[in-house]
Write a protein that binds this ligand. Structure first.
Ligand SMILES: NC(=O)c1ccc[n+]([C@@H]2O[C@H](COP(=O)([O-])OP(=O)(O)OC[C@H]3O[C@@H](n4cnc5c(N)ncnc54)[C@H](OP(=O)(O)O)[C@@H]3O)[C@@H](O)[C@H]2O)c1
Length: 265
């Protein structure tokens, strides 16, 4: 006999709750309710997802209570949850399931994706990482995850922490550098949009041929004079200058280990 798909109560009203809520809705998962601490936000997102709003600590009964709250709030919110036979899980790549306290069936459901404001993200090909403390939690989380995405992987905490660190390097830092690059252009009265084609083409190229082949630029070529001129231009930008120098040094070490270090420039 086919097992009934687990129902979910989603807790949180931020970015993850918004995108995950829509993904659950699209997957046909039964959403028992949307819970949060701010009545206005709860009402708005619940209405969008077509489910009942609940002001914490009120939470509806469901097979899975899924916490999409800030990492720092997971422990506090988990303490407020009712006890029962349900599974409790959070969405953080950086935390284990022990943070969920004494919930007997607990785990993690972590999408390896950066979720920011905008239209609901398509999670159907996004890797969803699952980790659980027992068989019940594992079964429920795998069921829910597989209904959302075709790429579900199980991963224990230590490996997840490594993936999380790698995701920050691969996703957060380049975006911040793009912001800083745009800021430099704006200082000169130039539009940051000048960089958009470059950025789009570069991410497509990396996806096509991998970072090893896609990397270009003065440090990759070993052009120390150009690096020196860039560092001179960054004289007034102490922190960014240090970041530029260190990143260039890392690239030179990787591709031109015999070249003189730029700390001398
Ligand atoms: N966004 C991403 O790219 C992403 C990717 C992968 C994993 N995650 C994980 O997803 C989880 C949620 O992140 P997010 O990006 O959705 O963060 P977010 O947009 O900042 O939303 C955080 C949510 O937590 C709620 N919250 C904070 N403290 C609370 C408390 N003490 N009691 C009740 N609710 C509280 C906030 O409520 P208020 O609005 O009322 O303050 C808000 O609904 C985190 O574990 C994060 O690591 C995020």
């Amino acid at each position: 006999m086919k097992r009934k798909a687990p129902s979910v109560a989603l807790i949180g009203t931020g970015r993850m709750a918004y995108h995950l809520g829509h993904a659950l809705l699209r997957a046909g998962v039964e959403l028992k309710g949307l819970c949060g601490r701010d009545q206005g936000k709860v009402d708005a997102l619940a209405a969008e997802l077509g489910c009942m709003p609940y002001l914490l600590p009120r939470v509806p009964g469901a097979d899975l209570l899924l916490l999409a709250v800030s990492d720092d709030a997971v422990r506090t919110v988990a303490r407020q949850l009712p006890k029962g036979g349900h599974v409790v899980a959070h969405c953080s790549g950086a935390q284990g399931h022990a943070i969920l306290g004494r919930a007997p069936h607990r785990g993690v459901l972590w999408p390896i994706k950066s979720l920011s404001p905008g239209k609901p993200a398509d999670l159907s090909r996004v890797p969803l990482v699952v980790d659980a403390n027992d068989e019940q939690a594992r079964t429920v989380l795998l069921d829910v995850a597989r209904s959302i995405s075709g790429k579900v992987v199980e991963m224990p905490l230590e490996k997840r922490r490594t993936v999380h660190l790698a995701a920050v390097l691969a996703s957060n830092f380049p975006v911040f550098l793009l912001r800083e690059a745009g800021r430099l252009l704006e200082q000169e009265g130039l539009s940051p949009e000048l960089l958009t084609p470059l950025w789009k083409a570069m991410s497509a190229k990396v996806a096509e041929v991998g970072p090893e082949q896609a990397l270009t630029g003065p440090a990759r070529r070993g052009d120390l004079d150009t690096i020196k001129r860039h560092l001179e231009r960054l004289e007034e930008e102490g922190d960014l200058r240090r970041a530029y120098a260190l990143l260039s040094e890392l690239i030179l070490k990787a591709y031109h280990p015999r070249k003189r270090g730029i700390t001398d420039l």
